[in-house]
Design a protein. Structure first.
Length: 381
């Protein structure tokens, strides 16, 4: 349920939003302020020892504003807060950034914002309840909301064409990509990235790609992604592919007891496919959805002087088929249902990661392989 639904036509605000409408509370003398919000009451029905099981209720409140500085320069800002109300209540400031829009020259902002790769992974992040696996900073670089990012965007290639857009981004110790083999996981680091998108004339097709990399020398983490989407005649089709690579330098003990320096290559490859079709009804709109998601990790391979010292492990992190639907009764109220056919096997790394245990150890039954039914109601303004 991730759609751009803000009413302000500023490129930097067209990143991600969570409401179908907004309330204009001020619009005078070149100054405009909107509020938007969402209450989502949802539940994921599955094995109780599987992560994500149970109540998934949350509430969001956001504000976006702009001020006209000169005829060609506009200042803008956005703030959004989310409170979880489920069994594991928590809160998060999702967005907090401000910047300047220079028209055809582009826009620049700084603060907590989406990583530059999320513009591409968002192609397939449209499922009713689940999805969004590729927009995961634990796997990739600058792929999800990130603190301390400076972003330059140009949505019309300097006024030459509305079909081409691109963005450049730098994270000042903001990126928190943290794959399993990463020695600096859960810590912040510098990172930089870029994306480009081409809306292919009037065909309804959009092609996008992006690259991001951390600035750490000994544990360099890089991600590239590409996507294609078609949105026309009530039909939405999307596909995305990404690959992340972590090159980590480690100390290896030789047979004689000495230490040598080797490098360990960890990789994640993922593919996501989505198809949706909107059907207008007498009351509201029904959008059935079907998707396939598979992400596979390869880690643990250690090399020294081009010699493989230890073998690697190749195992799925996520693998499922999703079937569901969104019923928009009007622009403010929706009902969602989605069934996730979990295709993970009990020995897969993803099954262990999806298992909820009190001591963080792998549950022998591996409930991370269970199917999940998600249902919910959403009110938004």
């Amino acid at each position: 349920m991730k759609r751009n639904l803000l009413a302000i036509a500023i490129p930097a605000l067209l990143v991600a939003a969570g409401a179908n409408a907004s309330i204009e509370v001020w619009n005078k003398d070149g100054n405009k302020v909107d509020f938007y919000g969402r209450v989502k009451a949802a539940n994921n029905i599955t094995d109780r020892a599987q992560k994500g099981e149970g109540d998934d209720t949350s509430a969001r409140l956001g504000m976006s504003g702009q001020t006209q500085i000169t005829d060609s320069v506009t200042g803008y800002g956005r703030w959004e807060y989310e409170a979880k109300a489920g069994k594991k209540s928590a809160s998060e400031i999702r967005y907090a950034f401000a910047g300047l829009n220079f028209g055809d020259v582009g826009s620049f902002d700084y603060g907590r914002n989406d990583g530059v790769l999320k513009a591409i992974t968002a192609y397939t992040d449209v499922l009713p309840q689940f999805g969004g696996d590729a927009a995961n900073n634990a796997w990739n670089v600058l792929s999800s909301r990130t603190k301390a990012v400076a972003t330059y965007r140009n949505n019309n290639f300097f006024g030459l064409t509305d079909d081409l857009s691109f963005a450049l981004q730098y994270a000042d110790n903001g990126d928190n990509s943290a794959y399993t083999e990463d020695s600096v996981k859960d810590e912040s680091r510098e990172a930089y990235g870029a994306n480009a998108q081409w809306r292919i004339f009037d065909t309804g097709l959009t092609l996008g790609g992006g690259y991001a990399q951390s600035a750490v020398s000994n544990d360099r983490h890089s991600t590239w992604t590409t996507g294609l989407k078609y949105d026309n005649y009530n039909l939405y089709l999307a596909a995305s592919y990404f690959q992340s690579k972590l090159k980590r330098y480690v100390a290896v003990t030789s047979a004689s007891g000495g230490k040598t320096v080797a490098h360990s290559d960890a990789k994640i490859r993922g593919i996501e496919l989505v198809a949706q079709y909107g059907i207008d009804l007498e009351v509201g709109r029904l959008t059935p959805s079907v998707a396939y998601v598979e992400h596979k990790g390869k880690h643990g391979s250690v090399h020294y002087n081009d010699e493989k010292l230890f073998s690697s492990v190749n195992s799925p992190l996520a693998k499922y088929v999703s079937v569901g639907a969104t019923y928009d009764l009007n622009k403010n109220f929706s009902a969602i249902v989605e069934y996730k056919f979990n295709l993970l096997k009990k020995d897969d790394v993803g099954a262990g990661n999806n298992t909820e245990t009190s001591d963080n150890s792998n549950h022998p039954a591996k409930p991370g392989t269970k199917d999940v039914l998600g249902v919910g109601l959403i009110y938004q303004f």
